[in-house]
Design a protein around this ligand. Structure first.
Ligand code: DGL
Length: 299
């Protein structure tokens, strides 16, 4: 499989900034749950999606590594002409959103970076009646306490029961989410949330909506699940509108898919998750940027 360097696409040649694509990235296919919501909310926009499948999973990596990866992925998407960046990964958002936003303001024409976490926290506070909120997320995201901070900023009186779920995103990405081992893992993760009598559960990993039905059955009908996609899609819509960046086009948008790992499995999974036949998926190599890490000064 040919590996392409960071080719600059014709998208960068688009002089009307509004017609440039929205860049979206994740460690793998989980961010497609966010992309789906964006396609529903903003169907006339173009998108370029980048899954860092070669370095998946992110959920047990250090904040320093995640910051470096997030900067590399963002540079790649900017090189493809992105007008706005969406971090469709909770682990990367909780570790790197601040650094990314600073970098984008310093080095570009002020391209805005939006992430998950905050929009779901606001939505969870709006939904809960008891004030008892649960969180299912990767170990890195739970350890970052990003949700504790985001919830406290909206309402200091809610309580959070956070459960790390090591290995769950991998099982989902490998298509093993309904194996006996996965079902047991999910059951064990739900137990502390049931014991804490939460009425709202944040799915703090963009892979988890893919097992939303199983979670709803295990947690019970009274529990509301909050996923990253819908809340973030609304924020993206607001950002594009207030910054006058919405595409003026009435046609269906164009979608491009990039990944850092093997193309065939990404393509098959993405087709299944999005229920959309994917045309060519391009493999990208990000190593050159990793070498420049010292020069970037982050990590
Ligand atoms: N989908 C990503 C997240 O939202 C990460 C899963 C992983 O790479 O471990 O956290």
């Amino acid at each position: 499989m040919a590996v392409h360097a960071r080719a600059i696409s014709p998208a960068t040649a688009k002089t009307d900034y509004r017609e440039r694509p929205i860049g979206v990235f994740d460690s793998g296919v989980g961010g497609l749950t966010v992309l789906h919501e964006l396609l529903v909310a903003l169907p006339h926009e173009d998108y370029v999606y980048l899954g860092d499948t070669a370095r998946f999973p992110y959920g047990e990596r250090t904040p320093q590594e995640l910051t470096r990866f997030a900067l590399e992925l963002s540079e790649e998407l900017l090189a493809r002409g992105a007008k706005l960046l969406v971090v469709a990964c909770n682990a990367a958002t909780s570790a790197a959103l601040g650094a990314l936003q600073e970098r984008m303001l310093e080095t570009t024409l002020g391209v805005e970076v939006l992430g998950v976490v905050r929009p779901e926290a606001a939505q969870a506070v709006a939904q809960t009646r008891s004030g008892r909120i649960g969180l299912l997320a990767t170990p890195t995201t739970v350890a970052s306490a990003a949700y504790d901070r985001a919830l406290a900023a909206v309402d200091a009186h809610v309580t959070l029961t956070a459960v790390p779920c090591p290995g769950l995103a991998r099982m989902i990405q490998e298509g093993q989410e309904f194996s006996a081992a996965a079902v047991e893992l999910v059951r064990a993760a739900c137990a502390p949330l049931i014991a804490a009598d939460v009425d709202t559960v944040i799915l703090g990993c963009t892979h988890y909506p893919l097992i939303g039905r199983m979670l709803q059955r295990m947690l019970g009908p009274q529990v509301r699940l909050i996923a990253s996609g819908p809340a973030l899609a609304r924020q993206v819509e607001h950002a594009l509108t207030t910054r006058r960046l919405r595409s003026a086009s009435e046609r269906e948008g164009e979608y491009r898919f990039l990944c850092t790992g093997e193309v065939e499995s990404f393509s098959a999974l993405a087709t299944r998750f999005l229920q959309m036949p994917l045309t060519a998926v391009e493999q990208v190599a990000l190593g050159a940027l990793a070498d420049a890490e010292g020069a970037i000064g982050v990590g």
